[in-house]
Structures are given as structure tokens and as C-alpha cells.
Design a protein around this ligand. Structure first.
Ligand code: FES
Ligand code: FES
Length: 179
């Protein structure tokens, strides 16, 4: 393989080693080499968030991330969000609040939301959304802040109120009435 590079990394807790073209994105590697097609290719240009995965605890756009840059890192995709047969609370909340229609954006939304709540716990800045990149994520999130910090994840179906309600419910730990 011309420009071939071996990448050894963890994907959803399992050690993986793949020989990829050095220019291959993490998104294409996941989808085409590791048969993990839950991460979606919406735009392939960092505009839509459908490809969002979690690398070493931080959300990244896998279409803008080279697989080779993930050497030694730990990648989590939507396929690794549930614990065994037990859905992640964020997945349960998306179901409860109808946080999706066609579902194309959903794996990216859920990965982004899971990492967002970790950012809030640790007071870290968002890594997806350019306009909030430098601001630490507040521990207490208003709906407005959730919207802002999820603004890198586009939903063509317009499920935004349901998505915000789902995230707020997991974040606050209290049932959220949908408006
Ligand atoms: Fe990566 Fe759209 S496919 S941001
Ligand atoms: Fe269809 Fe979001 S549910 S794009």
C-alpha cells in the first residue's frame, strides 16, 4: 500500500490494528475497514456533526481526523455507547423524547451529547463547536447552553427541541416536560 501506515488503537474497548493509507480519515477507517457504520458521513467537511465520535474522552469530527493521528488512542463510537444490552441513559432519553426522525444525525448527536456532559463535569471547553471552543463548559447547563454546545450537530429533520429535552433530562437527572 503506497503511503501505508499501521495504526494500533482501541475502538470501543477492543485493540485494533489496521493498515491504512496515511490520508485516510478516521470516519472512513471506522466505516470501511472496521465495519462500524453507525458513524455517518453527512458532509465529509466538518459541517454537520453526523460523524462525531469520542477520542480519549473528547468529541471529534471523524471526517476531519486522520486515522493515523489516532495511534495509541481510545476511540468510542455509537456502537460502544451502550453497556452490553443496557442502553446508555442518553440513548434511553433520545427514545423517550423522540430525539430523532430519520436517524441520520442521531449517532453523532448522542456521541456529542455524552461527551458534552463529561465536559460539563470536568469544566472543559467544547471541542466540536468553534464558537464555544475556548469557553469552559458550565456544570449547570441551561437549554440555551445545550443548544449552543450542540450547535456543531445539525439535524435536517429539526428534532432540536426533542434533542435538547433528552440531554437536559440526563444532565439534570429529572424528568423534563417537552414544550
Ligand atoms: Fe463530518 Fe459532516 S461528515 S462533519
Ligand atoms: Fe433526521 Fe436528525 S433525525 S437529520
Amino acid at each position: 500500500l503506497e503511503n501505508g501506515v499501521n495504526v494500533a488503537f482501541q475502538v470501543n474497548g477492543a485493540a485494533k490494528k489496521v493498515l491504512v493509507d496515511s490520508r485516510m480519515t478516521l470516519l472512513d477507517t471506522l466505516r470501511e475497514r472496521l465495519e462500524l457504520t453507525g458513524s455517518k458521513k453527512g458532509c465529509d467537511h466538518g459541517q454537520c456533526g453526523a460523524c462525531t465520535v469520542i477520542v480519549d474522552g473528547r468529541r471529534v469530527l471523524s471526517c476531519l481526523t486522520l486515522a493515523a493521528s489516532c495511534e495509541g488512542k481510545s476511540v468510542k463510537t455509537i456502537e460502544g455507547i451502550a453497556q452490553g444490552n443496557q442502553l446508555h441513559p442518553m440513548q434511553e432519553a433520545f427514545l423517550k423524547h423522540d430525539g430523532f426522525q430519520c436517524g441520520f444525525c442521531t449517532s453523532g448527536q448522542i456521541c456529542s451529547a455524552v461527551a458534552l456532559l463529561d465536559e460539563a463535569k470536568k469544566g472543559e471547553a467544547s471541542y466540536v463547536t468553534e464558537n464555544v471552543r475556548k469557553k469552559p463548559t458550565p456544570v449547570s447547563l441551561s437549554d440555551e447552553e445545550i443548544r449552543e454546545r450542540m450547535s456543531g450537530n445539525i439535524c435536517r429533520c429539526g428534532a432540536y427541541p426533542n434533542i435538547v429535552a433528552a440531554i437536559q433530562e440526563v444532565h439534570s437527572g429529572k424528568p423534563v416536560e417537552q414544550t
